[in-house]
Design a protein around this ligand. Structure first.
Ligand SMILES: Cc1cc2nc3c(=O)[nH]c(=O)nc-3n(C[C@H](O)[C@H](O)[C@H](O)COP(=O)(O)OP(=O)(O)OC[C@H]3O[C@@H](n4cnc5c(N)ncnc54)[C@H](O)[C@@H]3O)c2cc1C
Length: 476
């Protein structure tokens, strides 16, 4: 759950930036020859392992179960087909230029994903993660975020000022502290002369100021604070043209000919001298194997990994996650509501509505109509795509009114629990699984403190690469 909270911005994260990639001269200068490595999975972790090892001339092959590369890094465009476990298929009818980041959508400035975008030449633009003019939707009301913040901070400040002046904090504060505190509260809550909150210029709404009871009753304090989290704070970034630009750049560098798609690994055998990975009608042999499959999927692949590791791989918490892309023929959120990017947090089962951070003032645009994790995601997963759409539109109408249904051109819903070969949005609680056993190495975001962030996948790839390279330089 911690990781899920992290993905939604509830826990801080950080990431080491020191990494020296294997160099072309590492083998030639020592008279050793580059090793063969078979990588299972062409998500960010698998592609990054290949990309880094190729810098030193390793002989790299990637086996990917799906027909498409990228794993959870998935950008859906017009004409794409999404078939769920169970066989339900949707075909995206998006017009030219419209794309839907159905998996990752944003990158924090401190994440090593930024370093890869720089190195790979992937252009970035600002991702408007938080927008003071988007809404907090709670108890049937849509309130502009800055109004909700101003009223909450205002009343909290008034109450604390009152408690201070009534002596409730005398045991904790000196007289000088109390003066400083009152000065702080005056500014923090925009209090008037009498240290009362009467509204202020931070509010977006000119209507009557709600009572303190109404404001305390908003009940989604998360909506007021989530964008303060280390991994959610502005500025955040997105690749221009879709998150899969990172995948495209990795694939271009690795070489498409080194990636076999539609080729699930069916057995992994470490003979002690090499690793043999079997797949339908064939086998790949290599000195080392890096398995980047989601751990709950890897646990089902027959292998020579010890039963202790295999059973541990199956013990994580796999969280469902879903997103809905809604393509509109008119950018009504900009034209009618003056919302340019950001998210409206709600107490409805859609979780939130995301407004696009690119294409401002163009004719068409794509909203994310829900972004759900865990239980609410399971509610939508259980429905057909048409029923998901209808339920989400009914919820969206509560936030934006009847215009939410008007001008809708097309929609695609993504259920990560039903995504073949991935089977979940994230797997949490598995940190501490050994990184390698024999010649088989493991990688994937789930092995790091950054589960459900591409930065975690990159970090795990770097660790696997360093361990393999250190060993390869010593062996024969
Ligand atoms: C809804 C959602 C929102 C997200 N938001 C963000 C975000 O805003 N920013 C961010 O940075 N990250 C975000 N993430 C997380 C990010 O997508 C992941 O951390 C990252 O893509 C994981 O990469 P990976 O290579 O570790 O795993 P995966 O991408 O899961 O790759 C595993 C690969 O293994 C393949 N595979 C499975 N079985 C086999 C087999 N038998 N043989 C061969 N291959 C196999 C799979 O097909 C898959 O391609 C989000 C994820 C989701 C789902």
């Amino acid at each position: 759950m911690l990781a899920a909270m992290g993905a939604l911005g509830l826990v801080p994260s950080s990431q080491a930036r020191t990494f020296t990639a294997p160099q072309p001269g590492d083998f030639t200068l020592t008279g050793r020859s580059p090793k063969r490595v078979v990588i299972l999975g062409a998500g960010i972790a698998g592609l990054a392992v290949a990309y880094e090892l190729l810098k030193a001339g390793y002989d790299v092959t990637i086996l990917e179960a799906a027909k498409k590369v990228g794993g959870r890094n998935l950008t859906i465009r017009g004409g794409d087909e999404i078939t769920e476990i169970g066989g339900v298929t949707q075909r995206a009818a998006f017009r030219d230029g419209t794309y839907f980041n159905a998996g990752p959508a944003r990158i924090a400035q401190w994440m090593i994903t930024m370093d890869y975008c720089r190195e790979l030449g992937v252009p970035l633009e600002i991702f408007v993660n938080s927008n003071a003019d988007a809404y907090v939707h709670t108890s049937g009301k849509s309130i502009r975020l800055r109004t909700a913040r101003a009223d909450t901070q205002g009343y909290l400040s008034e109450l604390l000022a009152k408690a201070t002046n009534q002596g409730a904090l005398d045991a904790d504060l000196t007289a000088a502290d109390k003066t400083d505190l009152l000065d702080l509260l005056r500014e923090f809550g925009q209090l008037g002369e009498q240290l009362t909150y009467d509204g202020g210029e931070r509010r977006a709404d000119t209507g009557p100021i709600p009572s303190v009871s109404e404001v305390l009753g908003y009940r989604i304090p998360y909506a007021l604070t989530w964008d303060l989290a280390h991994d959610q704070a502005m500025p955040m970034f997105q690749p221009v043209g879709g998150m899969d630009r990172i995948v495209d750049a990795l694939v271009a560098n690795v070489g498409r000919h080194r990636i076999r798609t539609g080729t699930p690994a069916t057995k992994i055998t470490d003979t002690g001298r090499e690793v043999v990975v079997e797949y339908q009608n064939g086998a790949a042999r290599a000195d080392y194997c890096v398995a980047t499959l989601p751990p709950h999927v890897l646990a089902r692949v027959p292998s020579t990994l010890p039963p202790g590791i295999v059973s541990r791989l199956g013990q994580g918490f796999v969280l469902a996650g879903g997103k809905l892309g809604l393509e509109y023929g008119r950018r009504w959120w900009e034209l009618d509501e003056n919302i340019y990017g950001g998210t409206s947090e709600t107490d409805l089962d859609i979780g939130r509505i995301w407004y696009p951070s690119h294409g401002f003032h163009e004719r068409r645009g794509l909203l994310v109509g829900y972004y759900t994790v865990a239980d609410p995601a399971a509610v939508y997963d259980a429905l057909s795509p048409a029923a998901r759409l209808d339920r989400a539109l009914r919820a969206g109408e509560q936030v934006h009114g009847p215009r939410y249904r008007k001008d809708l051109l097309s929609a695609v819903s993504m259920s990560w629990a039903k995504r073949p070969h991935v089977e979940g949005m994230m797997n949490v609680g598995l940190q501490g699984v050994p990184q390698a056993h024999g010649r088989v190495y493991l990688a994937g975001d789930w092995m790091t403190g950054l589960v459900a962030w591409q930065a975690g996948a990159f970090e795990s790839a770097r660790k696997a690469v360093l361990s393999i390279h250190e060993r390869a330089l010593k062996e024969n």
